[in-house]
Write a protein that binds this ligand. Sequence first.
Ligand code: ADP
Ligand code: GLC
Length: 476
Amino acid sequence: MKPALAVASECVPLVKTGGLADVTGALPGAMAGNGWALRTLLPGYRPVMAVAANAGAQPVLDLPGLAAGDARVLALRYAGLDLLVLNAPHLYDRDGSPYLDAGGNDWSDNDLRFAALAQTAARIAGGALEGWVPHLLHLHDWQAALVPEYLAAEGTRVPVVLTIHNIAFHGLTAPDRIGALGLDPARFIPDGYEYYGHVSALKAGLQGADRITTVSPTYARELTTPEFGMGLDGVIRARAGVLTGILNGIDTRVWNPRKDPHVRRYQTPRGKAANRKRLRAEFGLPAAPGPLAVVISRLTTQKGLDLLLDALPAFTAAGGQLALLGSGDRALENAWLQAARDSDAVAVRIGYDETLAHRMFAGGDAVLVPSRFEPCGLTQLYALRYGAVPVVARTGGLADTVIHANDAALRAGTATGLVHAPDDAEALATALTDLCLLHAQSERWSLIQANGMKHPVGWEVSSAQYAALYDAMMVS
Ligand code: ADP
Ligand code: GLC
């Protein structure tokens, strides 16, 4: 097995705010089948340190004076993962989320918190750990993207791949922080990490990585355009030759309606009935003949859930019901709570609840993902696996994972869901009324559900693509 170091700010089952954690939690297991042994370096947030303490983590590296404090790296095995945890209480031992304080604002020292993570990864790549040196580094998003800067500063040469999960987040900070972050001031140039007068961690990674991936082929193309590149499309275009899109998979052991401990287990779509009944009761929705659609999402502009608010009246008028679980923007949270007060067919839970999410995939007839942009998206994949019909915007990974139920696909027996134009409330409303019509045609509906449940959503294909990429990087 070839050793590689993954560097990420979240990882299931230790810490999760979104799909990044699902990916970093599942990919190591899949890569093991392809000859690569991934170790994952994570920040020692409070919940991570609690796990480390219980799992008998061992100190493997002391880092005195890291980011103006004392830190150490602990090693542990947990839930099938080989983990390195950066224990730096001055950076991570706090209440709140990985990125935000209790008031919902970015931690003011986020630049330092993740620069420390990147510095640690660079030291490990340089041989700081006794008896273990990675052959390759796999960096995830801006939180890990300063690594190439620190590698260059230390003169360490090791192949680096950077995966973009979401280019909306750049990891920007002010130039007066260059010294505190231990960056080389000479690299504060357009060809380095300078971005319109700021330090951009993501730009540093995009410039310095040997290869860049993102989480779907369509998003890889979209990223090169001003519409989706979020100000970094020029940098991406300059590096298009090393950019590829590799679709995310899901952990089919955790997400398996046959074995899921959180649901009434089932093998075929018929088995969803008991879950649907329970879900309606849980959300206080009345029994109804129409489809019960669900949304499990961060509430941000990205996810297009304001468009869904506009399309709701058409959906409920056609007999649909909606249960939403999410949290995020206060204004959107309030608008959704208001929508639930306005309609008996709409129910809302504000919050984050992993086990409720499982029950919603099992009980929902459809899962709605009307995103304005979506690098990959995982909830439509969970939907397929659980026999819930995905209704998705034609963008990013959503376009790559759902086969629209047009006449040709229905005749060929390949349809798995409904796909509509993005950023368009009217197109979404039409898709939702189409959903109600399809739901009433029980034979077609069952076929779509069955197709979805058969659709390959695991990591088999994509992990082999990552392995091929890793292997190619070793020889070039
Ligand atoms: P993103 O990473 O952009 O949020 P993804 O679709 O890739 O979008 O991943 C989102 C992940 O987070 C999924 O596993 C989804 O089930 C989960 N999730 C999102 N919001 C919630 C919530 N409020 N409660 C429970 N799980 C959630
Ligand atoms: C990001 C994206 C999402 C993707 C996830 C995992 O959070 O918004 O589309 O599925 O990362 O790659």
